[in-house]
Design a protein around this ligand. Structure first.
Ligand SMILES: Cc1cc2nc3c(=O)[nH]c(=O)nc-3n(C[C@H](O)[C@H](O)[C@H](O)COP(=O)(O)O)c2cc1C
Length: 202
């Protein structure tokens, strides 16, 4: 199964990339530059086979001491997503429920990523896993969004504990990041980047 998955990834994640040196085009760079945060999605989940490829790319991210100090839960059931949102709405009665549950940006598939609290680099591991997932998603025509605000809502309020129980992370793990996936219904422009923050040091 693993080798089958790898074989299909080799063709789907890396198509066109074999001849980088002899080509003006570099599909990895093109994918990096094409990725944008998507906040408007078409209805319908990403199928599990495609999600498995994205997840396989995620867990192949570099990570400290190969501890793989993450756990990932994938929610592609609209009913479960509604349950999660209604727990959040009840936990934050003062918030406008639409604004609150809008923190998931309408992504039809939500991944919840938890970090191992016993490892000081686990937040970086989770970030790298998330980026690998988002880039592979882009290369497969799947939109994505990295989300911090649901993490705050869920971790900061004990009334959201049933959500964490449902997700079932291991003892010693804490929700660190959410990444949503789906088919984009918008094509946002790239946001400006500040080269002033980057310097070569002689
Ligand atoms: C750690 C992290 C947390 C983020 N949290 C949110 C969020 O809660 N809501 C949101 O709409 N976007 C969120 N984003 C997406 C950023 O706003 C986005 O990456 C940034 O504006 C650059 O735009 P781009 O991804 O299209 O290049 C988050 C991104 C990161 C890396």
């Amino acid at each position: 199964m693993a080798s089958l998955l790898f074989a299909s990834m080799a063709t789907s994640c890396c198509d066109g990339n074999a001849n980088v040196e002899n080509s003006d085009k570099n599909s990895v760079i093109e994918t990096i530059m094409a990725r944008r945060s998507i906040r408007k999605y078409k209805p319908g989940a990403v199928d599990r086979e495609t999600m498995k490829k994205i997840l396989e790319c995620g867990i192949n991210a570099p990570n400290g001491q190969n501890k793989q100090s993450w756990e990932v839960r994938v929610v592609d059931s609209p009913a479960l997503m509604e349950e999660i949102k209604s727990i959040m709405a009840a936990a934050y009665p003062e918030e406008d429920p639409k604004r609150l549950t809008g923190c998931f940006r309408g992504a039809p598939v939500m991944t919840f990523i938890a970090r191992d609290l016993s490892y000081d680099f686990s937040a970086y591991d989770c970030g790298l896993l998330a980026e690998n997932m988002m880039l592979s998603a882009t290369s497969l025509g799947v939109g994505s969004i990295c989300l911090g605000s649901p993490v705050r809502f869920i971790n900061d309020n004990p009334a959201c504990a049933p959500i964490l129980e449902k997700l079932g992370f291991s003892e010693g793990y804490e929700l660190a990041l959410c990444v949503g996936f789906g088919y984009a219904d918008e094509a946002p422009d790239a946001k400006p980047r500040n080269w002033e923050k980057v310097k070569f040091v002689d």
